[in-house]
Design a protein around this ligand. Structure first.
Ligand code: 5GP
Length: 174
């Protein structure tokens, strides 16, 4: 980094979004600052390169924002984990439980060559349901998942305990 930079000062906290009582951590105030986004990307790169990935997988949609620039920077491929009905061709899917109801992620069946080393990225880890399901889905298509990375971890929700791969988080909130 050119100088130490407090990334948390670029995260906007928005009360009652998307529902009353929820405090939303908004990363759009970070990514609209070229300086902060540059520093965040450099810090993510440093952590992720140690895992020697072949492919970075981004979770729709804010996971795309972190994974795609990092893949270019690290010389990795990039692939997308998407909501139903978005990816063309044959896909493999996984349903997973949310606080209320369930959700589903898809990946193209041929997205990963067997044994390729994959790091999966999202913007934020809360309960861990989304990342845990993504790891399972990547394994279904033959990936060796070597790590997970987020900008923000909400530590009190203990999502990290749902993951059986190393997790790197740039910022932690209680
Ligand atoms: P989890 O499955 O870990 O409970 O929830 C994580 C998912 O919800 C991530 O895909 C993330 O984008 C989204 N999410 C939940 N809360 C927030 C939040 O406060 N800020 C942002 N940016 N994303 C959130």
């Amino acid at each position: 980094d050119p100088q130490p930079l407090d990334l948390k000062s670029y995260i906007r906290e928005i009360p009652d979004f998307p529902k009353p009582g929820i405090l939303f951590y908004d990363i759009s105030t970070l990514i609209r600052s070229p300086d902060a986004w540059q520093v965040a990307t450099a810090r993510l790169a440093r952590a992720i390169t140690a895992w020697q990935p072949d492919i970075l997988a981004g979770i729709e949609s804010r996971g795309f924002l972190t994974a795609a620039p990092l893949a270019l920077r690290l010389g990795c491929g990039f692939t997308m984990l998407r909501k139903p009905g978005k990816l063309p061709g044959k896909t493999i899917s996984l349903k997973y439980g949310l606080e209320y109801g369930e959700d589903e992620l898809h990946i193209q069946a041929d997205a990963i060559k067997p044994g390729q080393r994959v790091v999966v990225l999202d913007d934020l880890l809360a309960t861990g349901g989304t990342l845990a399901a993504s790891i399972d889905l990547l394994r279904k298509v033959g990936a060796e998942v070597v790590g997970a990375s987020v900008l923000i971890e909400l530590a009190d929700l203990k999502g990290r305990e749902k993951l059986d791969v190393p997790l790197n988080a740039l910022m932690t909130y209680d």
